[in-house]
Design a protein around this ligand. Sequence first.
Ligand code: NAP
Length: 247
Amino acid sequence: MLLDHQVALITGASRGIGRAIALRFASEGADIAFIDLKEDEQMLATLSDIRALGVRAKAYVADASEFLTAHNIVSEVINDFGRIDILVNNAGITRDTLLLRMSEQQWDQVLTVNLKSAFNFSHAVAPQMLRQRYGNIISLSSVVGEHGNAGQTNYAASKAGIIGLTKSIAKELGGKGIRVNAIAPGFILTDMTKALGEDRLREIEKTIPLRRGGEVEEVAKVALFLASDLASYVTGQVISCCGGMNS
Ligand code: NAP
C-alpha cells in the first residue's frame, strides 16, 4: 500500500474534503489523527469509518486557528502515534460578500481559520519532521486563490496566502527531506458549495470545461499522489483539481 506505516494529521476532517482524504489515506495503510471543532455525529462516524479500514485513528477536538492549541495537539499526536509523516492543512471556512459590505470580522475570521491554521500546524509539525528527516505537508488552496473571485476577497486572499506559505516552506525544508505542496480545488460538491443553492450550482457547472462539480474523492486522489512516493520529486507546487476551470 502507498502509505504503509505512515501517520497523517488532518485538520477539519469530520466531513467534506478532509474526511475523504482521511479515508483515502487510511485505505492506503496510514494511521489517521484528525481534528475538528466539535465532537458530533459526523466526527464519530468519520472516526469509525476510518477504523473500519483496519488502521489506528483518533479524533481531537480543537480550533485549528489557535496557535498554542495547534502545538498542544501536535504534541498529543506524537505522544499517541509516535510520529507525524503527513500534515494536511484542510480546515477552512467562507464568509462571502462583496468588498464594500465585508466587515473586519468577516475578513479576520476567514484569514485566521484558512491561513493562520496552516501556519500554526506547519510550525508545530516542522520540528518533528526535521527530527525524522522526513515529512510531507499538503495545504488546501483554491483556484480562486490564483484567479480571484468577486464576493470572496477574504477567501481568495487566504487561499493565495496558502500558495506563498507553501512555496516558502518548501524552499526552507526541502533539504531536510520534507516536501510541501498545495492543492487548488475548483468547485467541489461539499456542504461549503451546496450552501450556494441548486440554481447557482447549475450556473457554475456550465462554466466548467468538464461540465460538473468535482467529488471529494477526486481531491483525495490528488492528496494521495502528493503524500505518496509517487510524488517523490514534487515540492513547492500547486496542483489544480478543478475540471479545467482555471484555464
Ligand atoms: P466543509 O465541508 O465546510 O468542511 C470543512 C471542515 O473544516 C469542517 O469539518 C469544519 O468543522 C472544519 N473546520 C472549520 N473551521 C475549523 C477550525 N477553526 N478548526 C478545525 N476545524 C475547522 O469544507 P470543504 O468544502 O470540505 O473544504 C475543505 C478545504 O478545501 C477548505 O480549506 C476549503 O477552503 C478548500 N476548498 C474547497 C472547495 C470546494 O469547492 N468545496 C474548493 C476549493 C478549496 P465543522 O463541521 O465544525 O464546521
